[in-house]
Ligand binder design. Structure first.
Ligand SMILES: [Zn+2]
Ligand SMILES: [Zn+2]
Length: 266
């Protein structure tokens, strides 16, 4: 079965194409399942790079309409990629319960630091930040509210050495995912970014073999996510290279996020 559960739309303001454009592209690529996971808004705070909260209803209604329109050709799922903040736990439950989302993807771009400020993992000052990122990601995974963790090793986008902190952060994430039976996403968008020189050598910013070889030694399911921001990326050559890497690393590749039992029945 061919699928993708990491799909953005024009609504986040840094992607292109309507929901329907992605559905058509997915059908043309032969996908059986497509999950929408645009960047999730919060009701009372704009963390940036996402739809307005008042657009959420139209986003969800649009996917509902497309589910019916294309039901003979593809199975569609209604989701959001969203950060974990403990104070929004009721909101996540509201999205899954009342708003009837099929899933939430845990995409930890920003998080609470130990000192209380909000930090962005794209701009880590030191590998100490990797530990804070990992702590927050793990707290999110522990809730059982998220179907998978998107780009869990995104911290390696930073120009920082792989040291004891980096290793500890990776181990925390891998052990937490294994314990909570959470799927980890091998993110093809990292392959779309330039390979360049980092302190540990020439590589993609993410996914990083350092993290994934550790994941391969644990009993973890891995899904490849396109993280497409244009319709032609739904199942492009980067998705294929990501799949090849997952197989080469000896990871346990899964094609759907819905054959996994999480703590809460979603
Ligand atoms: Zn995005
Ligand atoms: Zn993301």
């Amino acid at each position: 079965m061919a699928s993708n559960f990491h799909t953005h739309t024009y609504r986040c303001r840094h992607a292109f194409g309507t929901e329907e454009d992605y559905v058509i592209s997915a059908i043309n690529c032969g996908l059986d399942q497509l999950g929408f996971s645009d960047h999730g808004p919060f009701p009372d705070h704009d963390f940036g790079l996402r739809m307005d909260y008042n657009e959420l209803t139209d986003y969800l209604d649009t996917i509902d309409r497309l589910k019916i329109k294309y039901r003979d050709r593809i199975e569609l799922f209604k989701g959001l990629e969203i950060e974990y903040y403990p104070e929004y736990t009721d909101y996540y439950r509201y999205l899954i319960g009342e708003r009837k989302l099929d899933y939430l993807a845990l995409g930890e771009h920003t998080y609470h630091s130990r000192s209380g400020e909000i930090k962005n993992i794209f701009f880590a000052n030191s590998t100490e930040d990797f530990l804070e990122y990992a702590e927050n990601l793990c707290m999110g995974m522990e809730t059982g509210l998220f179907r998978f963790a998107a780009h869990p090793d995104i911290m390696f986008i930073n120009d920082l050495p792989i040291d004891g902190n980096a290793e500890k952060a990776c181990r925390m994430i891998v052990e937490c995912a294994a314990k909570n039976n959470i799927i980890l996403e091998y993110n093809a968008n990292g392959h779309r970014r330039e390979r360049r020189m980092y302190p540990d050598g020439m590589r993609y910013p993410y996914p990083h073999p350092f993290f994934w070889s550790m994941a391969a030694r644990a009993d973890i399911k891995v899904i490849v996510g396109s993280d497409c921001h244009t319709p032609d990326q739904v199942s492009d050559r980067y998705v294929k290279s990501a799949r090849e890497a997952v197989i080469q690393l000896g990871l346990k590749l899964t094609d759907s996020i819905f054959d996994n039992t999480s703590k809460e029945n979603q």
